[in-house]
Design a protein around this ligand. Structure first.
Ligand code: ADP
Ligand code: MG
Length: 689
């Protein structure tokens, strides 16, 4: 009794220097860290099942014998699959692995060895099987048969039985202090932390059902706390922003009026609302921090240009930063077309502009002659100076890291700050990742757009797809064919942009083809893009360099080769290159040989919906938040138990609690809150990375 949670983990009995090292490598230095190594799932041993009684989607535990272990190549690719076949007296079932849990995982099994298999039953081509189940050798004297047993992520060199023994010691020896203020625990009816930790590692049988579904009070408590730290950080950052000062931009809106009156179309009401939100922010003496979120093709660029026109009328400069040269060039042309008639001067700054041109642009920014400057990362170089940068806009903001945004902001005196994103992040995620931004949502596409028809196609349908493309082009349209990036070692199996470009030129002598990939010089890329824009090129063969922003309304067909290689959000972005004008548009997802069930599911989701939010939700569910956004650049902390999809309700509570606390006591001075300061620093580290 009486171990403190910061006691080094080797002080536990049975943890020698070797195991201590192993644990430290996994981020477990203290007893407290160990206690936060939460079970991934629970095995319900009271409900051991016979193989012939299993049905799809059940989470089950079976006792069986190993029949065989084998590995095989997946289709013609170089990826491997592992299969472990097990049997009991009632039948046999296959356990499939598409990656190796850890080195040596399969080698430890022997024929006829007794094991427990725990996992979710899946149906694949009419057969039931397990995908990535846990397989545990049953030791001679294994623990109780009538228990709910926690399953921890396995580590090489540490058996589950041994791990549970160490954990039992830690749980028995420690009283875990509770960092949350009492009033929050009461208000949100949270269990005490000590009790929660105990219940999670040593579950009582009557809690079984709730624990299995991650709905027990103990789990809710831990999940709440994980979310709470992150939200507390966001709330305090938000409070900091509200204290900052900025230029209040006052303008009548004459220029915006003029801009919109010259459009050949009518603004959507969602565009109008987004701009009104922005104008209201710009008038305040605090910096705007707003995100315009809207699906691909909803017309965010125009909203940005309206904001720039407003800012120019109020007498300040605007910088618009975009992630690629192609996009900067396109925005530049667009901005010139819309803003020059208003008497504004537009500049372009990219990494590859000739020295003289660049010097002229730099001078124009410094003197204030240039009102609106579009650019890539080149905008945040040291030698770029603005006369009075009042509005910083970032397009496709998910492509930028936190620091880059900060540097751009630092180019002005607290400029107003607008980010635009076409990755429709699910609201739950937006709330966390961008929890300190105000959000305007453009939830409406311009009138007259027809939904994009999406179809998956296997190799056997290639000839038809090509004929379809020929017909579309003959009727005056243009097409994209996109290829995944291919590594040298994979070349034999996969089509790539360069080789296919040569082949397609021969196949379609009647058309002009262009090739666009990341290794081309920016000037070459610009030229190809420009010719495609002008309609001189009918088929643009490209890698994913065209993924974001590219806008050529006459192009109405997008063919994505090896579409199984792309994530849902990426497919959605790519598809968003078409359906931008009045023509009926199509997206064809070519599927290679031996595609997995998951790739097929992805293609089917794409066929079903063009709603970016629905796609984002599905993507989040398929891949989890880390993969979805790229943990680092998104600023998402890695949660130990919390799950952004499953635990939205708890997230909302935690957010409310954190914002309430900061509203009451912004500097955490209250005696009940002082201790939160340390936790807040930790959260800041986790979020900022
Ligand atoms: P995104 O939101 O993906 O950045 P863009 O700003 O590139 O979308 O706009 C897509 C296309 O729609 C562009 O060609 C743009 O000129 C056009 N557009 C924008 N607003 C409207 C509107 N209100 N009505 C019709 N077309 C519009
Ligand atoms: Mg855009």
């Amino acid at each position: 009794m009486g171990t403190a949670i910061d006691t080094p983990v080797q002080y536990l009995k049975g943890v020698g220097p070797k195991l201590g090292d192993l644990l430290r490598k996994r981020g477990v230095a203290t007893v407290g860290d160990l206690l936060e190594w939460f079970p991934r799932a629970y095995e319900d041993r009271r409900a051991v099942r016979q193989i012939d009684s299993l049905e799809p989607d059940q989470l089950v535990s079976i006792k069986a014998k190993i029949l065989k272990v084998r590995s095989m190549n997946l289709g013609r690719s170089h990826r491997k699959m592992y299969e472990v076949v097990v049997s009991d007296s009632s039948g046999r079932i296959s356990c499939k692995y598409f990656r190796v849990p850890y080195k040596g995982y399969f080698e430890r099994f022997q024929a006829l060895q007794e094991v427990r298999v725990v996992g979710k039953v899946t149906q694949y081509r009419g057969q039931i099987e397990f995908h990535h189940p846990d397989i545990f050798p049953t030791a001679e004297a294994d623990e109780n048969e009538d228990q709910l047993v926690p399953i921890y992520t396995e580590t090489e060199g540490l058996s589950p039985q041994k791990f549970r023994k160490i954990m039992a010691q830690a749980v028995a020896g420690v009283r875990v202090p509770d960092p949350l203020p009492n009033w929050i625990r009461d208000k949100y009816r949270l269990a005490g932390k000590d009790m929660a930790i105990r219940e999670i590692h040593e579950p009582t049988p009557q809690m079984a059902d709730q624990l299995l579904r991650f709905e027990s009070p103990a789990q809710r408590r831990i999940i709440f706390e994980e979310f709470f730290w992150m939200e507390l950080y966001l709330a305090s950052r938000r409070a900091g922003i509200e204290k900052e000062e900025a230029w209040a931009l006052e303008a009548e809106g004459r220029l915006v009026e003029k801009l919109t009156s010259q459009l050949e179309f009518k603004l959507t009401s969602a565009q109008v609302r987004a701009f009104e939100d922005i104008a209201a922010d710009l008038k305040k003496p605090h910096p705007m921090h707003r995100m315009v979120q809207g699906d691909v093709g909803c017309g965010k660029t125009l909203v940005a240009l309206m904001a720039a026109a407003y800012a120019a009328e109020a007498g300040v400069q605007t910088a618009i930063m975009v992630p690629t040269e192609i996009l900067s060039e396109q925005h530049y042309l667009n901005a010139k077309k819309r803003l020059e008639p208003l008497g504004l001067k537009v500049g372009l700054l990219t990494g590859t502009k000739k020295t003289a041109e660049r010097a002229a642009t730099l001078a124009g920014l410094k003197s204030g002659e240039i009102h609106v400057c579009i650019g890539t990362h080149a905008l945040i170089q040291d030698d770029v100076e603005f006369k009075n940068l009042g509005l910083a806009i970032i397009d496709e903001q998910h492509r930028f890291g936190v620091e880059q945004r900060q540097i751009l902001r630092a180019k002005g005196f607290n400029p107003h700050f607008l980010v635009m994103t076409a990755t429709p992040i699910p609201r739950t995620l937006a709330m966390t990742v961008y929890g300190d931004l105000d959000v305007s949502i453009i939830d409406e596409l311009p009138a007259g757009r027809q939904p994009i028809v999406t179809r998956k196609a296997f190799e056997s349908k290639r000839a038809q797809v090509m004929q379809f493309m020929r017909d579309q082009i003959k009727s005056g349209r243009q097409a994209y064919i996109v290829y995944p990036l291919v590594e040298e070692s994979e070349k034999i199996d996969l089509k790539n942009a360069q080789d296919e470009f040569e082949r397609l030129k021969i196949q379609f002598p009647e058309f002009n083809l262009g090739l666009l990939h990341g290794r081309m010089k920016p000037s070459e890329k610009d030229e190809v893009m420009e010719r495609f824009r002008r309609g001189e090129i009918q088929i643009l063969v490209a890698t994913t360099v065209i993924e974001v922003g590219v806008d050529v309304p006459n192009a109405n067909l997008m063919i994505i080769e090896h579409s199984e290689r792309f994530g849902l959000s990426q497919l959605h972005q790519l598809r968003g290159r078409v359906g931008r004008g009045q023509y009926k548009s199509y997206c064809v997802l070519m599927l290679g040989y031996a595609v997995s069930e998951e790739s097929r599911t992805r293609a089917e989701i794409m066929e079903r919906t063009t709603d970016g939010f629905k796609i984002a939700e599905a993507d989040l569910e398929l891949r989890g938040p880390g993969e979805f956004l790229g943990t680092r650049q998104s600023g998402l902390p890695g949660f130990k138990m919390a799950n952004l999809v499953r635990d939205v309700r708890i997230l909302q509570d935690a957010r409310q609690a954190a914002f309430e606390l900061i509203a009451k006591d912004p500097d955490l001075r209250d005696a009940a809150h002082v201790s939160l300061k340390g936790a807040l620093d930790k959260a800041r580290e986790a979020v900022v990375g």
